[in-house]
Design a protein around this ligand. Structure first.
Ligand code: PMP
Length: 420
């Protein structure tokens, strides 16, 4: 059954079968200890080796510089909406002890690039926490957007804090404590391609503002310049492993040396389990970590590194797979329509499209239901679009093979013929 099923779910999603088989053995009897991995002490030497080798392989895969810590945390991507803001505000309060007092009690700005539902949620959470957070753009408010996500505006139009109309940093003091973006918007199928345009930001801004990336749904699918960021984080349940672990890669000198030190300067008080400092000092063993998720993620890293050509291999496959599907969409003569209008912003991971009525304009629910049925007949599961977008979403994460993608391509071609 498993081998005949093609799981194109958006997350949690498909994982390599070989990894799951090994993990299944590992939770019964890990390394002939007579005990399952999840039954061992997280402080045992055995588990220490597991977490260390997961980190080592991830460092190799992503080329993570020495001056970055790798933290295995919990709470999902969602918890990092607050985690990123609170930790950077704490560091800012320590580095600029008089800032809040000199700014009438207000903390530094926090900039958000709002290109989809997840970055919008991160901004909302940041505002809820009382921070001085704002959108540098919101794709839904752009001309021609119809109030939907799908366009990433030119960098020159972004309303960056501390930057004047001519694109110059007007006042270093007004620069934000972070610029936050979501590299791949899972719900809306919007991705920065070939990468988030850090090189197009005003130089002084890019050099002084900590840049934070949510890579939950595209990490390990292409190279990312970690050194150009201050924080890169991702929940596991797409390209990495089972849900439960959230990995935070953070520049060491930005980790607040004492999370409470900035409180008297107007900085935030961070919940203990959210403060990066504690996790960094304890090599992610401050409290009991999500052992199974870390273990299985480590197996995925080793598999990608040793058998699948690393991130370069994954990236080539991701390009090829997504191109094949977008190609069918564009050649379908009005049967399929990509929901992301700008081809340059279309995700390689989550391909979102509608199926149109004969007029070639109106999305047709009945045809979409029929398409989902046709997919099922070929073993393709979980292709219904997110409820906020509708239509179809096919997610082509790393564990989806080129061969499985071709099955989807064939179903789409046959369907286009069937309804034309
Ligand atoms: N960011 C992105 C890009 C996501 O896709 C998701 C979840 N799918 C989240 C954040 C939230 O993650 P979690 O459900 O693990 O909190």
């Amino acid at each position: 059954k498993r081998e005949g099923t093609i799981n194109l779910g958006a997350g949690p999603s498909s994982l390599p079968t070989s990894v799951l088989l090994e993990a299944a053995q590992g939770i019964l009897d890990f390394s002939s200890t007579g005990m399952g991995l999840t039954e061992l002490s997280h402080r045992s030497g055995t588990f220490k080796k597991v977490i260390e080798s997961a980190e080592e392989d991830l460092r190799k895969l992503l080329d993570i510089p020495e001056n970055y810590a790798v933290l295995f945390m919990q709470g999902g991507g969602t918890e990092q909406f607050s985690g990123t803001a609170l930790n950077l505000l704490a560091s800012h309060a320590i580095a600029h002890p008089d800032y809040v007092q000199q700014h009438n009690g207000q903390g530094p700005a926090l900039d958000y690039a709002v290109s989809g539902s997840w970055s919008a949620k991160a901004l909302k959470e940041s505002k809820r926490l009382g921070g001085n957070a704002k959108a540098v753009f919101d794709s839904r408010k752009l001309e021609g957007s119809d109030g939907k996500f799908g366009i990433i505006p030119p960098t020159s139009t972004w309303q960056l804090s501390g930057v004047d109309g001519s694109g110059k940093v007007a006042s270093k003091d007004e620069l934000p404590a972070m610029l936050y973006y979501c590299d791949n918007e899972t719900v809306d199928g919007v991705e920065y391609t070939p990468a988030f345009p850090i090189d197009q930001l005003p130089k002084e801004y890019a050099q002084n503002v900590p840049i934070v990336a949510d890579c939950s749904s595209n990490i390990l699918s292409r190279k990312i310049d970690i050194a150009a960021h201050s924080i890169v984080f991702f929940g596991a349940q797409k390209n990495v492993g089972p849900a439960g672990v959230t990995i935070v890669i953070v520049k060491k000198d930005l980790i607040a040396r004492d999370p409470d030190e900035g409180v008297s300067n107007g900085g935030p008080r961070i919940p203990t389990t959210l403060a990066y400092k504690h996790h960094a000092d304890a090599n992610s063993l401050y409290n009991t970590p999500p052992m199974f998720a870390i273990y299985a993620s480590g197996l995925v890293f080793a598999d990608l590194l040793k058998s699948k050509g690393g991130v370069v291999g994954a990236s080539q496959r991701a390009d090829m797979k997504s191109r094949a599907v977008y190609d069918v969409i564009s050649k379908s003569q009005g049967v399929f329509a990509a929901t992301v209008k700008d081809p340059a912003s279309r995700s390689r991971m989550n391909i979102c499209f509608r199926i149109l009525a004969r007029d070639g304009k109106t999305p047709n629910n009945e045809l979409e239901e029929r398409f989902i049925k046709r997919c099922r007949e070929k073993g393709i599961e979980q292709v219904k679009g997110h409820r906020s977008v509708g239509g179809i979403r096919t997610s082509l994460y790393n564990a989806v093979s080129p061969e499985q993608t071709l099955v989807l391509v064939d179903v789409m071609k046959a369907f286009a013929k069937e309804v034309q």
